[in-house]
Design a protein around this ligand. Structure first.
Ligand code: ZN
Length: 271
């Protein structure tokens, strides 16, 4: 029997939207399939207060495999008011919540106004300072303003990851200089959109690299055979690993090992 050669090295998906309704009918099977390919731990992303609560409840249900983040995605910034902050703070302070976010700025679609996004971002950065927990960051088409706001808080924050990084070589170098970890998704598997990312991924120091699926979004485009569904799942994380290894001319075993160590260093999990 032929097993994948990274079989002995487990993988951690640091960004999985498992509370998404596309998983409502088969959430448990999705977890089982992930475990069957040695994706042994998954960090469930909170994108608003309700989904953060749902992510926490999943983490309570599967304490060996799952942890949660608590935060409000920039798309939902318009729904976050001062009245919601006590509830968000309570979630952040839960032991199974290991990061604040996802939070940040997304000027690609501006579902919330830039002003609303900036306010929500600052509130969550303050929660990260207060709680001592790292931040799980989202940035798209907002690099300059994102850097400017984040820089005000970064010295007081325990750690940070730019999740689903899709930017340029210059941007990744700047984030690394700021001390950020960089999360790479299946975007890198896209031969049309992923070209600049394939160059940027080579610039990430080994001790700052993290891997994630961002499922159900961003299914790797180079899967063989191609799955019938376009829904991404944590079981496809090895395809992200493989592409990163190819781009960096490093072995899959090595990438698996360093990304696990980096996850442990940033989130103090898994212990
Ligand atoms: Zn995101």
């Amino acid at each position: 029997m032929c097993l994948p050669f990274f079989r002995n090295t487990s993988l951690i998906d640091i960004g999985l939207n498992l509370t998404h309704d596309s998983f409502d009918h088969d959430r448990f099977e999705v977890l089982q399939r992930a475990l069957s390919v040695d994706v042994t731990h998954m960090l469930i992303t909170g994108s608003d207060v309700a989904h953060s609560r749902a992510a926490l409840s999943l983490a309570h249900q599967f304490p060996e495999q799952l942890r949660a983040t608590a935060g409000v995605h920039p798309h939902h910034a318009k729904d976050l008011s001062t009245a919601d902050l006590p509830a968000l703070r309570a979630l952040v302070n839960e032991p199974s919540v290991i990061a604040v976010g996802e939070c940040g700025l997304d000027y690609f679609r501006n579902f919330s106004s830039p002003e609303q996004q900036e306010q929500a971002f600052r509130w969550q950065l303050e929660l990260a300072v207060e709680s001592g927990k790292p931040v799980f960051l989202h940035e798209r088409d907002a690099h300059e303003q994102f850097v400017s706001i984040l820089s005000d808080y970064l010295p007081s924050i325990s750690g940070a990851v730019a999740h689903c990084f899709t930017g340029t070589v210059d941007q990744v170098k700047r984030y690394v200089d700021m001390g950020l970890y960089i999360g790479i998704t299946g975007w890198i598997c896209d031969e049309r959109r992923g070209q600049s990312l394939r160059e940027a991924v080579r610039e990430i120091p080994a001790d700052r690299l993290l891997i994630e699926t961002d499922a159900p979004y961003l299914i790797p485009r180079d899967l063989h055979p191609k799955p019938k569904s376009h829904r991404n799942e944590p079981m496809y994380l090895p395809a992200v690993l493989k592409r990163i290894a190819t781009c960096r001319e490093e072995s899959e075993v090595y990438i698996a090992e360093i990304t696990t160590l980096n996850t442990q260093r940033l989130f103090h999990w898994p212990q």
